[in-house]
Design a protein around this ligand. Structure first.
Ligand code: ADP
Ligand code: MG
Length: 318
């Protein structure tokens, strides 16, 4: 029996081709939870984190649309908190229903999680993470006037809706609710935490916390969560069974196992794309350098087989 920290990717909640209706998302989350229950039935203890890209994107559009109805838009830290509640609820309910069917009485709870970042993080100087809808040049100009602190960049070549708001994606430093989460996990509760990379907060001079408009990568925040709950295995579940060398090229090659040194070398050679596989590999490297023993990247469907060592990309200490 192992303690496993699972980082669920976007496909666990919404498939790329779907709109993201309530029914679609509930169906996906149920399927995801069925996979998780297989692991629980094997005797493993789970801690769960998850992404929120499409849900946060939709909520941001709803914030903007509400302005014309006189409803004040909420900032990004609040939007992240809303998606933690939304997705946490869906996971809690599905997991509880499935556990009940199996006759397993394990409590499940979601923790609204703040994650500390630094105001001095270089990404605040040059924001890199696109969020929300695409805009035309005219719309972009208007929005820049309405929101003086927004940075809007052209994110696609050509004309039309090719502009998007970009926000900083600072490195997570630590999980604010660490003590609460650790105690809950040690008490046997299945905890869902740090969803969507966590609510980004900075520490003021007087030591108090304040939300900040940024988005933290969920795999990197998941690694900080791992430092809190000390899992035997850090399991990143996404939509590919393995990480590849030369990904997308005719000579692409799946990686079954790589050491920290090999992972660093492949990362430097550019095999893992910056917005997707890159942060996953970085998170695994950090986990092992912190003292973790096993990190695995695989698909949701292959979670059980990967834990059994039959598939997935396994990252191990040198
Ligand atoms: P998630 O929502 O699970 O975080 P991402 O889209 O961020 O999903 O990351 C998974 C994606 O990473 C894959 O669908 C794949 O397109 C992309 N990717 C980039 N580089 C690689 C690589 N070297 N090997 C495998 N997948 C890669
Ligand atoms: Mg991702």
């Amino acid at each position: 029996m192992a303690r496993i920290l699972i980082a669920l990717g976007g496909n666990a909640i919404k498939q790329a081709h779907e709109k993201g209706t309530y029914e679609e998302q509930m169906r996906n989350v149920r399927y995801t939870c069925e996979r998780l229950v297989e692991l629980i039935k094997m005797g493993h203890q789970l801690v769960i984190t998850h992404g929120n890209g499409p849900q946060a994107g939709a909520l941001l559009i709803q914030q903007e649309t509400g302005v014309s109805l006189g409803i004040p838009p909420q900032p990004l830290d609040v939007v992240n908190a809303m998606t933690q509640g939304q997705i946490g609820y869906m996971i809690q309910q599905n997991l509880m229903n499935l556990l009940k069917k199996e006759g397993l009485n394990i409590p499940v709870a979601t923790v609204a999680t703040q994650v500390l970042v630094s105001k001095d993080d270089p990404d605040f100087q040059d924001p890199s993470k696109p969020v929300g809808p695409f805009y035309t040049k005219e719309e972009a100009e208007k929005l820049k006037q309405e929101h003086s602190h927004w940075v809007i960049k052209k994110v696609k070549p050509g004309e039309g809706k090719v502009y998007r708001r970009v926000v900083p994606s600072p490195d997570p430093i630590k999980i604010v609710e660490a003590d609460a989460i650790r105690r809950m996990v040690d008490a046997g509760i299945i905890v869902i935490a740090s969803g969507g990379g966590g609510i980004p907060v900075v520490e003021k001079e007087d030591g108090t916390l304040e939300g900040i408009e940024a988005v933290i990568d969920k795999d990197k925040a998941g690694e900080r969560l791992a430092e809190v709950v000390e899992p035997d295995i850090f399991l990143i579940l996404t939509d590919v069974e393995k990480a590849y060398l030369n990904y997308g090229k005719p000579d692409q090659k799946p990686i079954d196992r790589m050491t920290i040194s090999e992972a660093k070398k492949y990362l430097a050679e550019g095999h893992f794309l910056p917005g997707s596989m890159g942060p996953k590999v970085v998170a695994c490297i950090r986990f092992l350098e912190w003292g973790g023993k096993r990190a695995i990247i695989t698909s949701l469907d292959k979670a059980v087989e990967a834990i059994e060592g039959k598939t997935g990309t396994h990252i191990v200490p040198d």
